[in-house]
Design a binder for this molecule. Structure first.
Ligand SMILES: *[C@@H]1O[C@H](CO)[C@@H](O)[C@H](O)[C@H]1NC(C)=O
Ligand SMILES: *[C@@H]1O[C@H](CO)[C@@H](O)[C@H](O)[C@H]1NC(C)=O
Ligand SMILES: *[C@@H]1O[C@H](CO)[C@@H](O)[C@H](O)[C@H]1NC(C)=O
Ligand SMILES: *[C@@H]1O[C@H](CO)[C@@H](O)[C@H](O)[C@H]1NC(C)=O
Length: 209
């Protein structure tokens, strides 16, 4: 005797239900599989430093990693890649970023404008993802400049020596008899005079580069 057709339909319905449950469970397990580790969620830096935005992830298979940058200037995509393949770096960060297989990126020679939040998203092939944030603060004021302002009196005593440094760095011969003002003018554009003076000082003493 054949079983009534209704029974077979019910059994098929049941097995489909079990299958759906299994798929859901598998997806659930996999989304729990993405984990993201960020050892340093806040970084203070000074201009021209190279900064490693360090992360590490674990998940099933090879994910897609994306870094975005948000600040008062807006949101900007920096880079997207699958570890082991060529990274797609946005025009704004061309030649300024390199990527690592653990999801980290390195920013070369940061500027004050690079301050902001960096959001990394790790997305698995099946679509589950996890994101994390690193807040970067880039300061134009260096430790040395703080010394400069607090120890200005002391610094003033070395003015003559500094001017000699500047003249040397700008390759102004003493016999050129250029006024101090014109030398000051030449070195002041761009960043703050104090910052520049410090840079020149440090360069002179070989602390920089
Ligand atoms: C960064 O600087 C701020 C003050 O400017 C300070 O509160 C914070 O602790 C610093 N963070 C790190 C990681 O050095
Ligand atoms: C990620 O890789 C870079 C380069 O190998 C390494 O310097 C960094 O420490 C790694 N980050 C973590 C969180 O392991
Ligand atoms: C790289 O990213 C840009 C902008 O997001 C996109 O238009 C382009 O198709 C991407 N290129 C590759 C090779 O993925
Ligand atoms: C330029 O600076 C040097 C060193 O401080 C000083 O001796 C000299 O009088 C200054 N010259 C002018 C024209 O201000």
């Amino acid at each position: 005797m054949r079983p009534p057709p209704g029974g077979r339909t019910r059994r098929r319905g049941l097995s489909l239900g079990v299958l759906a449950l299994c798929v859901a469970a598998a997806r659930c397990l996999q989304s729990q599989g993405v984990s993201l580790y960020i050892p340093q969620p806040a970084i203070n830096a000074t201009v021209e430093e190279d900064i490693l935005l360090s992360v590490d992830y674990s998940c099933h298979g090879i994910p897609t990693i994306e870094w975005k940058y948000t600040s008062s200037w807006g949101v900007q995509k920096i880079v997207e890649w699958k570890p082991g393949t060529q990274a797609n770096i946005s025009q704004s960060h061309k030649d300024r970023v390199c990527t690592f297989d653990n999801g980290s990126i390195q920013l070369f020679s940061v500027g004050v404008r690079d301050s902001g939040s960096y959001i990394v998203t790790v997305t698995e092939r099946l679509g589950s993802s996890r994101f994390g944030t690193i807040v970067l603060h880039v300061s134009a004021v260096t430790y040395g400049c703080e010394i400069w302002t607090t120890k200005q009196a002391e610094c003033r005593r070395t003015d003559a020596f500094e001017l000699w440094c500047w003249r040397r760095l700008l390759r102004v011969p003493w016999i050129a008899r250029r006024s101090n003002q014109s030398i000051l003018k030449e070195i002041s554009p761009g960043c703050s005079l104090e910052g520049l003076m410090l840079k020149l000082k440090l360069q002179y003493f070989g602390h920089l580069m």
